[in-house]
Design a protein around this ligand. Sequence first.
Ligand SMILES: [Zn+2]
Length: 216
Amino acid sequence: MANGDKPRLSVATCSSTPSVIQRPSRAEAEDAVRTLIRWVGEDPDREGLKDTPARVARGYEDWFSGYANDPEGYLARTFEEVHGYDEMVVLRDIRFESHCEHHLAAIIGRVHVGYLPDRKVVGISKLARVVDAYARRMQVQERMNSQIANCIQHVLEPKGVAVVIEASHQCMTTRGVHKPGVVMVTSTMLGAFREDARTRREFLNMIGNPVSGERS
Ligand SMILES: [Zn+2]
């Protein structure tokens, strides 16, 4: 790279302008892992740990690959005009893995997405890609939930969008208060799903009702 510039990562987000982050090199990232290994009292040069920093760096590339993806692009490229179909479209149990931005611990769960089309529908695999593009970042569940809903609302302009996330947070199950089995449920309801209790109930019934159908 010219003038010894470090590679730059353009962060694409659905609703805000992309920001540019100065990225350290892979060697610097691996050194940081070596530091953490020493910090817990281990020897990074020990046979079993020799390749660990490289593996962790590759793991981070995978876990945080969402920054390189443009969720709006997935939807914008693929929508089709579907004449006359105006019933709810629901994609249930989209499994995801994310990491909380407070502890970098895993968040593992399922996303349920529903929308009421208005002219545009999208291939269902694209909805799963949108979920992954947001999940594979440092996240908080509430923000990921509204990002997915707002992205679909913005690009497909449906009559409404509903997104429910059920997830277990390893920062809570394997450290801190150590409460295994606790599932956090969040939901974002837009348009018809927010305004019409019947529509909301229909969606919640379809996904097995992790959220009470009654909202104030
Ligand atoms: Zn956490």
